[in-house]
Design a protein around this ligand. Structure first.
Ligand code: GAR
Length: 207
C-alpha cells in the first residue's frame, strides 16, 4: 500500500480529485495518510477534514527564517512517513534537503505543457495569463517528479487542452483542470502505486 501525503496551498480541487479516485478505486493500492498546507485558510484543509484525513498547517510566516521553517516542514513530512509526496497546488519552494531525501518520490502537477510556461514565476493563474498573452492554441498540464530545480524533473504524464475563442485566464484554468489536471494527477499516482513508473537517465519510462 502506497502511503501518500498531499501538500496544498489553496482550493484543493486536485486534492479532491485524488481523494475521489482513491474512494472509487480508480487509484488502487494507495492510502492518503496526510495533508499539509502552508496556508491555514486553504479550503483544501476543509476537504481533508471532511474525509477524515490527518491534516495540518505549517507556514513560513510563523518562523523567523526560511531555514527554521524548512527544518520544521521536513520534520512534519518525515513524521507522516510518506512513500510518495504529491504537490497539488503547493506554492512553497521545496527545500533541497527534501528533494534529496525523497528523490523520485515527490511529484507535482503543473498547469502547462512543460517546458512551456513553467519555472520561477509561473504558477496558478499566471500560467494561463501568459499562455493567452502569447496566443498559443494548445495548452495543458504536466505531472512530473520534483528535483532541485523549478518544474525541471522527469515528466510522467501530460495532457493537451485546446484554447477557445473568448477564453479568459479563469475560464482556461478551469478547462485545464477539468480536462487535464484532475485526470492525469490521479492516474500518475495509480501508476506509481502499481510500480509502473521507472526513471532512467532523467526521463520516465511507463511500464
Ligand atoms: C492548479 O491549477 C495547479 O496546477 C497549480 O495550482 C492550482 C491549484 O489548484 N499549481 C501550480 O501552478 C504549481 N506551479 P487546486 O488547489 O484547486 O488544486
Amino acid at each position: 500500500m502506497l502511503n501518500v501525503i498531499v501538500l496544498v496551498s489553496g482550493g484543493g480541487t486536485n486534492l479532491q480529485a485524488i481523494i475521489d479516485a482513491v474512494e472509487t478505486e480508480k487509484i488502487s493500492n494507495t492510502r492518503i495518510s496526510g495533508v499539509i498546507s502552508n496556508n491555514k485558510n486553504a479550503y483544501a484543509l476543509v476537504r481533508a477534514k471532511k474525509h477524515g484525513i490527518e491534516n495540518r498547517c505549517i507556514s513560513p510566516k510563523d518562523f523567523e527564517t526560511r531555514a527554521q521553517f524548512n527544518e520544521k516542514f521536513l520534520e512534519a513530512v518525515d513524521g507522516m512517513k510518506p512513500d510518495l509526496i504529491v504537490l497539488a497546488g503547493f506554492l512553497v519552494v521545496i527545500p533541497p534537503k527534501m528533494t534529496e531525501r525523497y528523490k523520485n518520490r515527490i511529484i507535482n502537477i503543473h498547469p502547462s505543457l512543460i517546458p512551456s510556461f513553467c519555472g520561477t514565476g509561473y504558477y496558478g493563474l499566471k500560467v494561463h495569463e501568459a499562455a493567452l498573452l502569447r496566443g498559443v492554441k494548445v495548452v495543458g498540464a504536466t505531472v512530473h517528479f520534483v528535483d532541485e530545480g523549478t518544474d525541471t524533473g522527469p515528466i510522467i504524464l501530460q495532457k493537451a487542452v485546446e484554447v477557445e475563442p473568448g477564453d479568459t485566464p479563469e475560464i482556461l484554468q478551469r478547462r485545464v483542470m477539468e480536462q487535464a489536471e484532475w485526470k492525469i494527477l490521479p492516474k500518475a499516482i495509480d501508476l506509481i502505486a502499481n510500480g509502473k513508473v521507472k526513471v532512467e537517465d532523467g526521463k520516465t519510462v511507463i511500464l
